[in-house]
Every structure is written in C-alpha cells, then in structure tokens.
Design a protein around this ligand. Sequence first.
Ligand SMILES: [Zn+2]
Length: 445
Amino acid sequence: MKRILLEVFLVAALIGAGVFGFMNQKQASVSKAKITELNAAVEAAEKSAKEKEESIKGAEEEMQALQQELTTLEGKANQLEAVKAALASGSTLSDLENAYKKEKTLSAERQAGMGALRMLTKGTEDPGALEAFRKALQLSELGDRKNTICAAQLGLVAAGEKIKVMADCLPKSEKAGSGDKEEKDSHDKDDGKGKKDDGKGKGKDDGHSHGKKDDGHGAKKDEKHAAAHWDYEGEMGPEKWGKEFPTCGKGKSQSPLDIKGPFVKSRMVVSADYKEGALKMINNGHTIQVNTPPGSKLRVDGIVHELLQFHFHKPSEEKIDGKPMAMVVHFVHKNADGKLAVLGVLLKEGNENPGIKTLWANLPKEQNVEYLPEGVNFNPGNLLPREFDFYSYEGSLTTPPCTEGVRFFILKTTVNIAKEQVQAFPFKMNARPVQPLNGRELLSN
Ligand SMILES: [Zn+2]
C-alpha cells in the first residue's frame, strides 16, 4: 500500500513537475517572443526618435536661417528708417535743390538722385519726386544708362505709377527662371571675349550726361548688361534694335542719312559759341563721349541750345553722296523746350588733329567711369571748322531708343584727322547704317 501511494505520489509529482516545466517553457517562449517584440518596438521607437531628432534639427536649421534673414531685413529696414529720419527735416533736400538751382539742365543721374531724396524726405506721394523720376527716365533713355533707368522706373512704381519696369531692373527673385536672365548672361560672356576691339561702340547718340556718370564701381557689371541690349553687329545689331526699341524699327524720321540732293534752300542761321572747360570723358561701351560743362551754346535762329556732350562715330554715320568719312563728331545740344539739336562735323583722313590729340591722350582706361584728368581743359570749338555751311534735316537719335524730333546740322566743311588717330579710336566700328529718307526735306544753306 505504501508503495502504491509512493508511486502515485511520484507520478503526481512527475506530472506536476512536467506541468510546471511545460508551463515554464511556454512562459519562456512567450517571454522570448515578447522580448523580441519589445526589442523591435524599442528599435522602432529609437529609430523614430532619431528621425524626429533629425527633422527637429532640420526645422531648427530652417528657423535659424529664417531668423538670420529676418535680422538682415530688420537691419535693412532700420537702415532705411535711419536714412529717412536723417532726411526728415528736409534741409538736405533744400540744400541740394539750392546747389542745383544754377544749372539749367540736370543730368539723368542727378534727377534720379533728387527723386530718391524727395521720396525719402517727403514720402511716395510727393509730386516733385514723381516729376524728378520722370525727367530722369526721359534723360537716361537718351543715353541707355541702365542704373538710372532702373532707379527712375522703380521710383515711379514705388510712387504708384503703372509703368513697365525693365526685366534687368527687377530684384533677382522676381525674374528667376525667366529666359531673359540666361540670355543676358550669355551676352556677358560674349562681351568678355570680344572686349575692346570688337567694335561694339555705339554712338550713344544723344545720351547727354551733363553731370557725373552713374556710380562707378558697382555699376560696371550692370552697365555691361545694359550694353547687351544692342550692338553694332551680330545678334543685337542695328537690324534687331526695333525688337526692343520700336522707334528704331518703325520710325519714319530716322538718322543717319545718306545726304544727297535735291536740297531745299535753308535760311536758318546757325552759330556755335563753345567755351573751354574741364575735360570730362567717358567710354560708355559704345563710344567715347566728352561731357561738357554748362556754358557752350549753339544758336539756331537765335534760339539757344546748350551743349551737353559730344561723341564720336567711326566711320562717319552720315554719308555724303553715298560716301562715309573716316569719322564724325556729334555735338549734342538741347534747348529750353527740351528739343535736341545735333551738330555733325565730319572728320577726313589727313593731317593730325591737335584737339583729337588732347582727347586721345586722356582716353578713359575703364568703361563707364567718367574721367576727369587733372588740370586738362578742353574747348570743343577746337574741333569745329571755320566755315559753317551745313545740310540740315529732322532726324532721330542714331542709337536706341532712336527717339525722333532731333534737328541735325551736318557741316559741309570737313576737319582733318590723322590715319593713326582714327586707328587709335578704341572702337572698330560704331556707326548705324543710313536710314530711309521717307520724303523728308533735306536742307542746305
Ligand atoms: Zn552720334
């Protein structure tokens, strides 16, 4: 009996042990699965934490960049406020206005400067600012001066005017991706290669810049862009000017002309009274231009036209009976009504020209910077012949934007220039081809 009991007990114990073992084993495997599961969860959690960390890091960086931008903008806003505050009394504006009062005609740059100063002093509502920017635009279009054009256009827009702003004037972000930019850049490259001797001159015809040339340094690259708008040959040559400057293509009174009879007898009385003054020269990328101080005059039937500047074309733009001369000087004048008059003096290959000698000895070394060689005076009258017989007609600027309403007087008497002097002119060719007469009267006195 004892033995049976013992066996029962043993069996029971064995079963118990078995069950316990089984239970334990099961539990272990469950735990193992749980651990694997938990491990995976931990890993996932770690991974997501890492991802989150990274995205947080990214967000932080973005935030930092934004903050930096904000600081920059705040800095700029503060600068602008400081400038405004400094000008608020209006005394700087009145000082400048007084300083300019003596001058009858202000350069495009000075007009734009006045506009900006007025706007900062009196706000965008100021009609004087509007007027100054309008004048600056008018004047600078004559000269293809991009910086001033941009200043004037953006100034007018700021004052609420609805005008079209040149693509080049817009901040970079606004024109990103427009084919325009690429186009301009490739022109820049071309410019770089061709540089000086590729004859990209232009006779910036009637860009009169009385005062200072834009701003020198920073302006340089932009000016190059401006120059890429037109050229004397290739993709931007005279045949293509009309695309960007409609008057150049559609105008019916364009310059220059092939001057040949029949002529209508002119009774106009024309005389020049040019004064000596400090020499100011600029190579604007299209021609060599001398900006003349106030005081030199051209009288047409007694009406005074103030000399603004003179510049050169090679060969002469005008032809006489189909033939061009070696070069021509264009003296650009303006009367009180804003009407332009150009006096053309043809330069013929021959003896050395002493006036040209002085000018060429002081040629600007850099483009788009006005040079004032120290102690050098020049009298534009040195480039005039003694006789003043002329041909005359109603024409246009011979450079974009080819604005019409310009009275031309081409002197019949030529002035000599040495072959070497013609060769020393830093442009190979900067003459627009002759334009159709379209029934215009050609006068001769
Ligand atoms: Zn010209």
